[in-house]
Design a protein around this ligand. Structure first.
Ligand code: NIG
Ligand code: FE
Length: 399
């Protein structure tokens, strides 16, 4: 397939770009990290990008798609979602919008519904949200367990997830299981013992919700260290609702990502800037819990790598739309449209420690989206408008 007449192509390869509208932050670091190419063409061979260049130099082919002066971007890499669940929490959302605060305890509602659901129902629900995300340009997603909280229910969630993505995260430590309400230490033993044994074969990552009302810093360290010893790589729900030890623990353990990062001290920011841990911001959660926004500008100015993802889950962020998160990040978190696009593609890839996705360069995976717009800036400029008009994943047209 050759896609031609692309008005603006985001490659995320700074060495490829020219004539790009650069943001001031990006400019100070040299060329735009977006590697924008105008009047561009992309050649796809099999599941990979084979060639990128100007339309006038594109090879002839029978299988030609004319982008007609629209934009092409790398498919979104949604590095944080919770999609194996049943039921929804409409009543809780309604209550929140009339003034009730968000509390981690709402997770128990979804745990009960998920435990009661059949494998088929969980699978159907997951597929539905994946389809929804794909239509909005997401070509890679990470997803987690965390609504089972028994050995069988956690392993089942991960088995179902693993049939759809390589980026599977064991989150047995989402909250202390209601079955262990009086014995949190016993639950940590379960999560680091028999549950880890049952779950590790399906997962690449281990996660913990390090927060008041969930797990403290010592418990989180024990859980992630046990996971590491089983070959899982850590990532953390850190500093979402309150200040706490999560972000610094993430950096200490070389977690791929510290997720949420809403309440940060200067030491937290300094720690992130000094390590390889990505700060993943999830504005859908602040939107849906009416919480204060994470300060993306502060992180970017400190040199932290920022990813932007949905956190799609029925409690705190029931959106599968990365474009919606981009619009929020630009409007309310101090990101430029260029930075938000980078964070939702290359940033997500960094948060999954992947180099084969999140960019459109020869050899990279042919995961891309065609927008009904002349540039990626319209994702924030025209919020709420379905601008993703076609999606290719592994070289195949899927939406
Ligand atoms: O990332 N923070 C913990 N977990 C989810 C919320 C899950 C829920 O409320 O069901 C989150 O926001
Ligand atoms: Fe989450």
């Amino acid at each position: 397939t050759v896609i031609t007449n692309i008005a603006s192509l985001v490659t995320n390869d700074p060495s490829l770009g020219w004539g790009s509208p650069r943001s001031s932050t990006f400019e100070s670091g040299g060329g735009s990290p977006l590697g924008l190419i105008q009047d561009a063409a992309v050649v796809i061979e099999g599941d990979r990008i084979a060639w990128i260049g100007e339309t006038s130099k594109a090879p002839a082919t029978d299988n030609r798609v004319d982008a007609g002066g629209r934009a092409v971007i790398p498919g979104f890499v949604d590095s944080h979602s919770h999609l194996v669940f049943a039921g929804d929490r409409t009543a809780e959302f309604n209550a929140r919008m009339s003034g009730q605060p968000y509390a981690a305890g709402g997770i128990r509602t979804t745990v009960a519904a998920t435990r009661a659901a059949t494998d088929e129902a969980l699978e159907a629900n997951l597929t539905r949200y994946l389809r929804e995300a794909l239509r909005q340009g997401t070509t890679t997603f990470e997803t987690k367990s965390g609504y089972g909280l028994t050995v069988e229910d956690e392993a089942r969630a991960l088995r179902i997830a693993a049939a759809h993505t390589d980026e599977v995260t064991y989150l047995g430590a989402h909250i202390v299981s209601p079955d262990y309400a009086d014995d949190p230490a016993g639950y940590v033993d379960l999560v680091t013992g028999p549950m880890l044994d049952a779950c590790a074969p399906y997962a690449r990552w281990i996660d913990v919700f390090c927060e008041k009302g969930a797990f403290d810093g010592d418990q989180a360290r024990a859980i992630l260290t046990a996971g590491k010893a089983r070959g899982l790589h850590p990532r953390i729900h850190a500093n979402q609702l309150t200040y706490g030890p999560g972000v610094q623990l993430a950096v200490e353990l070389d977690a791929a990502s510290a997720d949420h990062c809403t309440h940060l001290t200067q030491q937290d920011v300094d720690a992130l800037a000094s390590g390889d841990t990505v700060a993943t911001l999830l504005p859908g959660a602040e939107f849906s819990t009416r919480a204060e926004w994470p300060d993306a500008r502060r992180l970017l100015d400190a040199g932290v790598t920022v990813a932007l993802s949905t956190d799609c889950n029925p409690g705190s962020s029931f959106t599968s739309s990365v474009p919606f998160c981009i619009a929020l990040a630009v409007r309310d978190m101090g990101m430029t449209p260029d930075e938000a696009l980078w964070s939702a593609t290359a940033g997500g890839a960094a948060a999954l420690r992947r180099t084969d996705i999140g960019r459109l360069t020869p050899g990279a995976r042919a995961d891309l989206a065609l927008l009904d717009a002349p540039s990626h800036v319209h994702l924030a400029y025209r919020p709420g408008v379905p601008l993703v008009s076609a999606v290719w994943r592994r070289g195949e047209r899927v939406a």
